[in-house]
Design a protein around this ligand. Structure first.
Ligand code: SF4
Length: 348
């Protein structure tokens, strides 16, 4: 960390002290080290949004992450809370792969098909999606899921309708479907650029996967795991379920960011583990677990997460009362919240 970073951290701590319990800074696991140092809570996007909404004294929520995360906090927050995003331009390439006009076109196309045969489509949307898609999901009887509860969400969807429509990460959908016993034929991909999404028949289909992916997790390849297993016998490999199916199949463990952190902590002292997720999180796991050899499976940085920096957080804190909060109109917030509440009900 540079001297300039340390000076900004000092100034941020002074600003934080001024606001006391009315301010909460949230830092996603994939944020850089300096941001994690000034965050009040560190975690995954849903856990952070929920924690802020449930904190009775918090009025100003500063979300250090990408836009869909700040939007999720704005969906869940109370009316007396405002959510600020230090870099509104920091989006998520995967969320961008499911724009609402393409989703609506696919939905209308599928519902008009004769081979749907009266079966009901249920939308299931990963947390890593734009707020309007979450709203669409809630308005059409579906729910949101995280990488921890995707299987529970799909079980719920299958109990409500015959075909789940999973947005936007095809890999999380496919990995979860496979773990539930679905075959590749039962979970084809909808390609927005192809006529009829490229789906010739819906016969035997149980889940339709949207053609989205996380470019950060697509960088991990099965050859990286073969290399590690050959050259570091006895080592472990743990990856995120946004990785491709062959990567997930070859790994020793797969799970959400929270799972990966717990998995590394649970390993015997002296173990060597290669972790396949965003580089900032892996490097922090290395610092937090000095008795474990934590290695990068491959160096993969999320460039939009990296757009949030200490200078932007300081500017947001200086302008805390005047900076525009993340916009969340009620026509999106209400159905999106419904989709999130359906997910929350699964956990109770
Ligand atoms: S890591 Fe992937 S899913 Fe997460 S913000 Fe970056 S691009 Fe989006």
């Amino acid at each position: 960390m540079t001297l300039q970073d340390r000076e900004i951290i000092y100034r941020i701590q002074t600003l934080k002290a001024k606001w006391g319990p009315e301010l909460m800074i949230l830092g996603h696991h994939y944020q850089r080290h300096g941001i994690i140092q000034i965050a009040d809570k560190i975690g995954d996007s849903f856990g952070l949004a929920k924690a802020a909404a449930e904190s009775p004294h918090v009025k100003h929520i500063v979300f250090c992450g990408v836009r869909f995360m700040a939007e999720s906090a704005a969906i869940l927050c109370r009316d007396d809370q405002r959510v600020l995003h230090p870099e509104p331009e920091a989006g998520c390439p995967m969320a961008d792969m499911a724009p609402m006009d393409s989703v609506q076109f696919a939905w209308d196309n599928l519902n008009a098909r004769s081979d749907l045969g009266g079966r009901c489509l249920i939308p299931v949307t990963y947390m890593n999606s734009h707020a309007p898609l979450k709203g669409f999901t809630g308005a059409n009887g579906g729910l949101v899921c995280t990488s921890s509860n995707a299987e529970k969400a799909l079980e719920w969807a299958f109990s409500k309708g015959e075909i789940a429509f999973f947005f936007p990460d095809q890999h999380l959908g496919r990995n979860t479907g496979k773990a539930m016993g679905l075959t590749p034929e039962e979970m084809p991909v909808w390609y927005p650029s192809k006529p009829n999404g490229g789906l010739e028949s819906l016969e035997g289909v149980k889940m339709i996967l949207w053609n989205g992916n996380c470019p950060v997790h697509m960088k991990f390849k099965v050859r990286d795991i073969h290399f590690v297993k050959k050259n570091f016998p006895g080592s472990f490999v743990a990856v995120h379920p946004e990785c491709e199916q062959d990567v997930v199949d070859a790994a020793d463990a797969v799970g959400s960011t929270e799972f990966l952190a717990k998995y590394v902590r649970s390993l015997p002292e002296g173990s060597r583990v290669f972790v396949g997720t965003e580089v900032n999180m892996v490097e922090r796991l290395r610092i937090e677990n000095p008795k474990i050899k934590v290695e990068l499976l491959f160096r993969s940085l999320c460039p939009t997460m990296y757009m949030v920096d200490l200078q932007k957080v300081e500017r947001t804190l200086i302008n805390l009362e005047t900076e525009d909060p993340v916009p969340m109109p009620s026509e999106i917030k209400d159905p999106a919240r419904l989709a999130l509440e359906r997910m929350l009900a699964l956990q109770n």
